[in-house]
Design a protein around this ligand. Structure first.
Ligand SMILES: Nc1ncnc2c1ncn2[C@@H]1O[C@H](COP(=O)(O)OP(=O)(O)OP(=O)(O)O)[C@@H](O)[C@H]1O
Length: 600
């Protein structure tokens, strides 16, 4: 792919309207001017188009081409500096993000492997040819150099530059050039992520078992103090990173296992600040509620809150702590409505006082007719006792009672034995990122196909690869837009005349409220009671689609892939998607619109 630009480009009508819809809260850039695209040749991806391609990190004064119009637009103190080596589409729109930095050239890195694919990026493992260090290069898609997209990316850069903490991924540099239309973010390379490690670790609640990977055999005992202190070590690092974010006025807004990267020394770093935002608790500004991956999304966001704070990240942290202790996601909802239902069943529905006080936009739609009681104590009865008060706090329905990262760090969980181990004392794991696990599962499936049966290990212990794949269930994307659109569509087309109680089954039909996590069914997401969920679903889905959804939901691997690509839908839903959201790229646009479209 290359970019062909021979004249000043005007964003097409679609981009313009997209830009208009996204304008608002989230733009944190130096200027709000329209981009001027003035590259005059075809520049292949990765090529800089510069004559001095071999020159690394040198500021070439000749690169400074500031037009009089630009001088007027840019702040005088850096109007000359920021264009040094930077493409105009970036320096025009995102001056603050790149100020004080000089771009690295693409040919000073050697790409080794593609290691990840996000909604807005491809991530590569690469070697820095100057230092010899292995790094991660995140190539961000800046669709059509749309200024709103550039601002979106700029915000991530600004936030990353502001944060400086051992538990937050460090942005080490940017790769682009004056003539390039792509941008790479350079990060320290991290071998693992928490969802991958959690997938490897599952089984701890069951009998001692042996898990085979194509790299090495790992054996896990039932949950024991050694595992608990490892969990403490990870959660402590997560909370320390969050403390730093929150102290610096940053909300991450997409805390989940796959965004918590871990290096070979056991250091956990919060990554992916693509949905992060600045906030000021003393001057709260409205923000979008359509952030955070569904399974980790707090109730206030599901209820449409636009004024919120650190509680959103703490809720996600609570979900992750419980997930690590349970060995599987604790509330794997398939729709926003179902997510909220799972939350109410586990954490209780909000008090009358909270409904009144919070005045949440979707309260009338989602308020259950009868209250739900909190059932965390029964559900988590096998967890270490010191984890319960912390979980009760983090998973509090009212965000004001969730405390802070600091108060969580001061909780008994971290101050009673077994204490968190040091990161360096954590066991060494094989590469365990989502992609690694996918490759490993494919290899295992291939092997099984060859032998026609599971491998027998250690006498009569068998590897249940399907179960394991089912456990490696990354959460669906942060903006489950399709699904929520689907919900809305169904509410509109089928919900007319239906009472609210059809959205939530009355508590007496919730046979499973408080049903403890069943360790013997560790093969998929936590289900408090399958029948309960399907009865719940049936009010939203017709029998045919409800069945399809259930099938998807009960096979973890399927859920993983389908959710990841945003296709966890029934036949009727995919028709709906085709009709309204023709391509996956549109879904991404849609997500970003949701992020940018309705604030301030
Ligand atoms: N520093 C890193 N080291 C190793 N792998 C990384 C690094 N940064 C990102 N990755 C891998 O690339 C994947 C995508 O990266 P990232 O989450 O930052 O992109 P994104 O486009 O914002 O993704 P998402 O759609 O999940 O929001 C990650 O899940 C991770 O596996």
């Amino acid at each position: 792919m290359g970019c062909v630009l021979g004249k000043t480009a005007t964003p097409d009508r679609r981009s313009k309207s997209k830009a208009r819809r996204r304008s608002g809260e989230e733009s944190t850039t130096a200027t709000s001017t329209q981009p001027r695209q003035n590259v005059e040749q075809v520049v292949p991806d990765g090529a800089t188009g510069d004559k001095n391609d071999g020159v690394v990190e040198t500021i070439r004064q000749n690169d400074v081409e500031v037009r009089p119009s630009e001088r007027r637009r840019l702040k005088p103190e850096y109007s000359l500096k920021i264009t040094q080596g930077w493409p105009a589409w970036l320096s025009d729109v995102a001056g603050d993000a790149i100020k004080d930095w000089t771009p690295r050239r693409a040919n000073t890195f050697e790409k080794l492997d593609k290691i990840g694919q996000g909604t807005y990026s491809n991530v590569y493992k690469a070697r820095d040819l100057i230092t010899g260090k292995i790094v991660a290069l995140k190539k961000v898609r800046v669709d059509n150099l749309d200024p709103e997209n550039v601002k979106f990316m700029a915000r991530e850069i600004i936030i990353l530059k502001k944060l400086n903490h051992p538990n937050i991924i460090k942005l080490e540099g940017l790769v682009t050039s004056r003539m390039s239309c792509s941008l790479y973010l350079v990060f320290e390379y991290m071998e693992h992520d928490l969802s991958g490690l959690a997938a490897i670790q599952t089984g701890k609640f069951t009998e001692p078992q042996v898990i085979i990977t194509n790299i090495q055999i790992l054996s896990f005992p039932p949950i024991n103090s050694s595992y608990v202190l490892q969990i403490k070590c990870f959660i402590k690092q997560l909370l320390s990173g969050l403390e730093h974010c929150h102290n610096n006025g940053v909300l991450h807004r997409d805390i989940k296992g796959s965004n918590l990267l871990i290096d070979n020394d056991g250091i956990l770093k919060i990554a992916d600040f693509g949905l992060a935002s600045f906030y000021n608790p003393r001057h709260k500004q409205p923000m979008t509620s359509r952030v955070v991956t569904l399974w980790y999304r707090p109730p206030e966001l599901l209820l449409g809150a636009t004024y919120y704070g650190v509680g959103v990240d703490l809720w996600s942290a609570g979900c992750i702590l419980a997930e690590l202790l349970a060995g599987k996601p604790i509330m794997p909802g398939r729709t926003e409505v179902e997510q909220l239902h799972k939350i109410f069943k586990l954490c209780g529905s909000p008090s009358e006082e909270y409904w009144k006080r919070s005045r949440l936009p979707n309260a009338t739609l989602f308020k259950p007719q009868q209250p739900y009681k909190r059932s965390t104590a029964e559900t988590f009865k096998d967890f270490p006792p010191s984890s319960l008060p912390l979980l009760e706090n983090l998973l509090a329905i009212d965000p004001d009672t969730r405390g802070t990262a600091v108060s969580s760090l001061n909780s008994d969980f971290f101050n009673t034995e077994p204490y968190a181990c040091e990161p360096s004392e954590l066991p060494k794991y094989p590469p365990s990122k989502e992609l690694d696990i996918k490759l490993r599962d494919e290899e295992t499936r291939r092997q099984r196909g060859l032998s026609g049966k599971s491998h027998a290990i250690d006498g009569n212990k068998k590897v249940r690869t399907r179960d394991r794949a089912g456990r490696a269930v990354p959460a669906p994307e942060a903006n489950a837009e399709i699904q929520s659109n689907l919900d809305r569509w169904r509410v509109v087309t089928q919900g007319n005349g239906k009472s609210k109680s059809e959205k939530f089954p009355p508590p007496h039909r919730d046979a499973a409220v408080g049903h403890p996590l069943d360790p013997s069914q560790n093969s998929g997401p936590v289900s408090f009671n399958g029948a309960d969920d399907s009865s719940f679903s049936s009010s939203l889905f017709d029998s045919k689609s409800s069945r399809s959804v259930k099938e998807v939901g009960t096979t973890g691997g399927g859920l993983k892939r389908k959710h990841k690509r945003g296709r966890s839908h029934t036949i009727s839903s995919s028709k709906f998607i085709r009709a309204f959201l023709p391509t996956s790229m549109d879904l991404r646009f849609k997500s970003r619109e949701a992020v940018f479209g309705n604030r301030r």
